[in-house]
Design a protein around this ligand. Structure first.
Ligand code: ADP
Length: 512
């Protein structure tokens, strides 16, 4: 009966502890800045949320209660032994210090072995994750065999480490066993000799061997717990590494919450580097008026996306400040920046769920009517209705069944619903063909009205309607002005424009 109660309490406590740890871990991960994710492999992070918490769960569920019972048994039995026969107790426990010293020595070795096993397991997870995410590339290049080879190599390495660890722990535990059995032999030898000489009663000897048998099992268990303990502590260490990490970008205490921005953006002497001593942006100065549409152009790697990242506070500037409506963005609450700044990106990320849920992601409280209106404004309504279950059609993580243009229009619908005052278009049309680009452009034209827009464009033709264009080269603004002005000065923009025009004309596209 008490076992039933114990089992229930244990199950309740353990599952709650694990739930708390997982929630805390996930919350901490969400708080961390983008840099944290860029530096970690997804497989590794997944192992932390599931594998590591499972290790701790096991320890809480089976390890700690047994540990407690066994410690109590050992203490009571040893005290009883001492009361009955001190000399025989000392002899019986003569092997225990060796046991403890060996356990302490072995503990770091096992811990190290667990760490290497963990690293190789998470590398294996990352490999599987990579291949699953990139399966199109694997198929396209016919690399299935190579990938199987890579997997087998990594998997067999994990197997080797697991086997070595099991061999090692087995050897240790069996040696400990022998040590404990030898303590029984010593008692039989010494006690037997005393019984023969009439110095001890036979009953006392039998009682003592019984006591030793009683504490042997808990002692073996305690030694095995070192193994468990190492594993759980390793996992706890990795969990705390995340819980204790501080985000690079921190929200100010008592931040300003402004419901709706006017949309005035100022970049003042912005310098920025991702890594120390490698400046990516140099003295960027821009003032963007509310409702203005500006374009940012430049070669790949010039720093265009970095400017957008800084405005969204994915990173903080190294020097200089960005102001929105005259206030440094560091003073605004995160939720206020998120609410007022929206982004349409080149790679659209859609979550597993229905089309409806994916559009409503920006504003879960939206009514069906609002969602349909947003989809209509994004020219997505018609293709959504053609899907088997319309707005209820479930799309996978990568929405394989949708074309690039369709995904893009869904993301535009999402942004229309989000309704931010400041909009960043990060090469939103560069991954689609020119026909789709025209459709998306129409949707974007609706999206941009009434907002301050920063459009990072690859195709310069998409910037025909921009009020002003900034040309960035190696992190510096080298030209700015209207389309006409930039064409007039015949500088970098002019050259890029002419080159693109020629390239597209060669491909049979009329450039307007
Ligand atoms: P663009 O958008 O103009 O193509 P980016 O702003 O993405 O250029 O990148 C500018 C430079 O910053 C590039 O040299 C790029 O390699 C570097 N960079 C971008 N992101 C990171 C990062 N997370 N860590 C380190 N360097 C980065």
């Amino acid at each position: 009966f008490t076992n039933i109660i114990y089992g229930r309490i244990n199950a309740y406590v353990t599952s709650n502890i694990i739930y708390d740890i997982k929630t805390l871990l996930f919350k901490s991960m969400q708080k961390l800045s983008i840099n944290f994710y860029l530096n970690k492999q997804t497989g590794n992070l997944m192992t932390r949320v599931s594998g590591d918490t499972d290790n701790i769960q096991e320890f809480f569920h089976d390890g700690i209660p047994e540990l407690f019972t066994n410690v109590v048994i050992i203490i009571i039995v040893v005290i009883t032994m001492f009361i009955q026969n001190t000399l025989l107790t000392i002899i019986s426990l003569s092997t225990t210090p060796i046991l403890l010293i060996v356990s302490l020595k072995i503990f770091p070795i096992i811990k190290k072995k667990y760490t290497s096993m963990y690293i190789s397991r998470s590398l294996l997870n990352s490999l599987v994750n990579d291949v699953l995410m990139g399966f199109r590339v694997v198929k396209a290049f016919g690399k299935e065999k190579e990938e199987i080879g890579r997997f087998s190599k990594s998997s067999s390495y994990v197997k080797k480490l697991e086997y070595n660890l099991a061999k090692f722990t087995n050897l240790i535990f069996q040696s400990m066993n022998i040590l404990m059995i030898s303590s029984s032999i010593i008692i039989w030898g010494f006690g037997g000799w005393q019984v023969i000489n009439g110095q001890m009663e036979f009953g006392m000897l039998i009682t003592f061997t019984g006591y030793v048998a009683l504490i042997n099992r808990p002692l073996i268990y305690m030694v095995q717990t070192t193994n468990w303990w190492s594993n759980a502590m390793n996992s706890a260490g990795r969990i705390f590494e995340i819980l204790d990490s501080l985000p690079d970008v921190i929200e100010k205490k008592n931040p300003i919450v402004k419901r709706k921005f006017d949309g005035l953006i100022e970049f003042k002497n912005i310098n920025f580097s991702y890594e120390a001593n490698k400046n990516i942006l140099h003295n960027i100065n821009m003032i963007i008026e509310p409702g203005e549409v500006i374009g940012i152009v430049g070669r790949s790697g010039a720093g265009k996306s970095t400017i957008a990242n800084l405005l969204m506070r994915m990173y903080d500037t190294t020097k200089g400040e960005i102001r929105i409506d005259g206030v440094n963005i560091k003073n605004y609450a995160f939720k206020c920046l998120n609410k007022n700044i929206g982004m349409v990106m080149q790679d659209v990320y859609l979550f597993t769920g229905s089309i409806y849920e994916n559009i409503a992601y920006a504003k879960p409280s939206s009514s069906m009517e609002e969602i349909i209106n947003a989809a209509k404004a994004a020219f997505a309504h018609d293709f959504i209705l053609k899907l088997p279950y319309g707005y209820d059609t479930v799309i996978g993580k990568n929405a394989q069944s949708l074309s690039g243009g369709e995904k893009q229009r869904l993301s535009i619908a999402r942004t229309i619903l989000h309704n931010p005052k400041i909009l960043i278009l990060d090469e939103a049309t560069s991954s689609v063909d020119t026909k789709t680009e025209k459709q998306i452009q129409k949707a974007i034209d609706i999206l941009v009205s009434g907002r301050t827009v920063i459009s990072i464009a690859h195709r310069l033709s998409t910037l025909n309607n921009a009020d002003r264009i900034f040309v960035i080269e190696k992190g510096r603004i080298i030209e700015f002005g209207t389309h006409r002005e930039l064409m007039g000065i015949k500088g970098e923009f002019y050259e890029m424009y002419i080159k693109q025009k020629k390239a597209l004309e060669l491909g049979g596209v009329i450039y307007t």
